[in-house]
Design a protein around this ligand. Structure first.
Ligand code: ADP
Ligand code: MG
Length: 324
């Protein structure tokens, strides 16, 4: 049975470094370096077994998603991810799940050249806390409080796939035809392995006035921008981007809208001045990310939705909140 130190040694042997790492795993603390004029951007997210993923989730997906949700937070700030630390709590170190868990985590970190420079390993019910550290030119971070009246609101990718995958989890797949089976697999992939919009976040520096990643649900997260910026959002419910898979599996527009506000999307929602809108086509092309205009910001408060006829809808469901 591998002990804590054998585990750390094996981890140390396989993590990739980068040019900002002065000292990685193996000392009392890590040392990293930033270029002059850079700011350091730090975020932490925890995934707890049974809360953020079901107990039977694939370990490789759990590892991957732990990295994805943290890189998504850095992306929402416009930062370039650089380093991370991992506080890992596991029932045991010799379960067959440890290797795929680490593999899934390192897969996404390696994709973005993020170095795992330290952490902690403890015994207990499974939980993973990643602290991710990024950098950006001083003063260029995308906050929640920078939106202005008259801004237009955009969202990347599509909304509702992860929420739909969760909602469909209980349903048996036997009765589904080939196209629907494929669509369900697509949705499940989006839930298990969300794509953090890292390149997009960086490209939006100097263009977006405010930015947030959609984790708790579009209305809830855009609500944070509205509150921080002292504005109201009016969104066109029909404009919210839906994937082909979602359209294939969920016919009812009302049900689809509820799922599109369900969260776990890890898309970026941001606001830009109308005169900057024309730059977004080039950014979408360069980052291979669809960008959809979904509404506008103005005086007032809250997030409001227009129906297909342009009338204000009564409030659709809010997002996820712990302890509620
Ligand atoms: P300490 O007792 O000083 O906290 P540890 O024995 O906990 O040291 O850790 C030894 C080294 O291994 C440290 O560099 C620490 O950051 C690293 N480490 C421990 N657990 C992990 C982990 N899960 N992921 C990455 N690095 C880790
Ligand atoms: Mg320790």
């Amino acid at each position: 049975m591998p002990g804590e130190f054998a585990f750390i040694d094996s981890l140390r042997a396989r993590v990739r470094s980068n040019d900002g790492v002065v000292r990685g795993i193996g000392d009392d603390a890590a040392i990293v370096r930033f270029a002059p004029g850079e700011e350091c951007v730090v975020t932490t997210d925890t995934l707890v077994a049974g809360v953020h993923f079901p107990l039977d989730a694939a370990p490789a997906d759990i590892g991957y998603k732990t990295a994805a949700v943290n890189l998504s937070d850095l992306a929402a700030m416009g930062a370039t991810p650089r380093f991370c630390t991992l506080a890992l709590t596991l029932p045991s170190l010799d379960g067959g799940y440890v290797e795929p868990l680490i593999k899934g985590l390192l897969a996404l970190l390696d994709t973005h050249q993020v170095a795992l420079v330290g952490g902690d390993t403890t015994r207990g019910p499974m939980s993973l806390t990643l602290t991710a550290i990024g950098s950006l030119p001083a003063g260029t971070a995308l906050g929640r409080d920078g939106a202005r009246a008259g801004d237009v609101v955009y969202v990347s990718g599509t909304l509702g796939d992860a929420a739909a995958a969760l909602a469909l989890r209980g349903q048996r797949g036997d009765s589904l035809d080939g196209e629907r089976k494929l669509a369900r697999t697509r949705l499940q992939q989006r839930l298990a392995r969300p794509t953090p919009r890292v390149a997009l976040g960086q490209a939006l520096r100097g263009i977006a006035h405010a930015c947030i990643d959609v984790s708790d649900g579009l209305a809830a997260d855009l609500g944070h921008i509205c509150r921080a910026s002292g504005l109201a959002a009016v969104l066109d419910s029909v404009a919210l981007p839906a994937s082909r898979a979602l359209l294939t599996l969920v016919d009812d527009p009302g049900q689809r809208l509820a799922l599109q506000l369900g969260g776990d999307d890890y898309e970026l929602c941001f606001s830009v001045a109308p005169e900057n809108e024309e730059q977004l086509a080039a950014i979408a092309a360069a980052t291979h990310t669809a960008l959809t205009r979904i509404g506008t910001l103005g005086p007032g408060e809250g997030v409001h939705f227009l129906d297909a006829d342009g009338r204000i809808m009564s409030a659709p469901a809010a997002g996820y909140e712990h302890f509620r």
